[in-house]
Design a protein around this ligand. Structure first.
Ligand SMILES: NC(=O)c1ccc[n+]([C@@H]2O[C@H](COP(=O)([O-])OP(=O)(O)OC[C@H]3O[C@@H](n4cnc5c(N)ncnc54)[C@H](OP(=O)(O)O)[C@@H]3O)[C@@H](O)[C@H]2O)c1
Length: 226
């Protein structure tokens, strides 16, 4: 069976992506910091007939992320699709938000570590085997501010834009290799209870984009507008 590894797997988008691929024959490796929360998702997916397993790791602790992805590849016989979408719903030490005029090395660096370096480490753990196989998919997610920045997310958007730029260029580099890299930008609040005036969407409305990218294999980017 093919396998998807979801880095930053939570009850929102992560679970919806797991269901989207799992219901189409994929095994699922779930990666996030909290084992208990991952085990809840594993049980939920199991009830739906989807084989999933938890591989706890922190994207800010890159060796732990590499180890988790290696363990997932060992367990499932390889990783066919990597999806990267951690979100700091519970506090992540060092992460804060700053308007552009207040962005500093100190509040940008952790966002770069979270958005960019974590993604680089995840890709590095799976790309060599994908290249060797001449097949594989690398999907990376940011908010719509990576494309159209908003002042309240000055540091977050700068780091997300760096990730987006790298992914689009990785897409270019990998053209013709059989490995496909793509970026998803989400211009919406996911779930209920978002700020007034901000469009919202359910994870189930967004997750099909990932399957579309996986199937069509030619697009560098999809933007979801809520
Ligand atoms: N939520 C929104 O309104 C929104 C809007 C636009 C774009 N997005 C994008 O959508 C994706 C997230 O979707 P979602 O909000 O529905 O989240 P989700 O899939 O429900 O959960 C994301 C998970 O990331 C994990 N995580 C946080 N920090 C981590 C770390 N340092 N290392 C490893 N895992 C970590 C958290 O679990 P632990 O706490 O257990 O680690 C959390 O459960 C992100 O790419 C985000 O940029 C979200």
């Amino acid at each position: 069976m093919p396998t998807i590894a979801i880095v930053g797997a939570g009850p929102g988008l992560g679970l919806a992506i797991a269901r989207t691929f799992g219901s189409r024959g994929f095994d699922v490796a779930l990666i996030a910091r909290t084992k208990d929360k991952l085990e809840t998702l594993v049980a939920q997916l199991g009830k739906e007939g989807i084989t999933a397993e938890a591989f706890p790791a922190d994207v800010l602790d890159r060796p732990s992320l590499t180890t988790a992805l290696e363990a997932a590849a060992d367990r499932f016989g390889g990783i066919d699709v990597l999806e990267y979408s951690p979100a700091p719903h519970s506090p992540v030490p060092g992460l804060s938000m700053a308007v552009p005029s207040e962005v500093t090395v100190d509040n940008l660096q952790p966002q770069i570590e979270y958005n960019v370096y974590g993604a680089l480490a995840a890709a590095a753990a799976v790309l060599p085997a994908m290249r060797q196989a001449g097949a594989g998919t690398l999907l990376f997610t940011t908010g719509g501010g990576s494309v159209h920045p908003v002042p309240m997310l000055g540091n977050v958007n700068a780091a997300a834009a760096a990730l987006r730029n790298w992914v689009l260029n990785l897409h270019n580099e990998l053209a013709g290799s059989g490995v496909h890299a793509a970026h998803v930008a989400i211009t919406a609040w996911i779930g209920e209870g978002g700020p007034e005036g901000i469009p919202s969407a359910t994870p189930e409305q967004i997750a099909p984009l990932y399957w579309e990218l996986y199937e069509h294999r030619d697009q560098p980017e999809l933007v979801f507008n809520g």
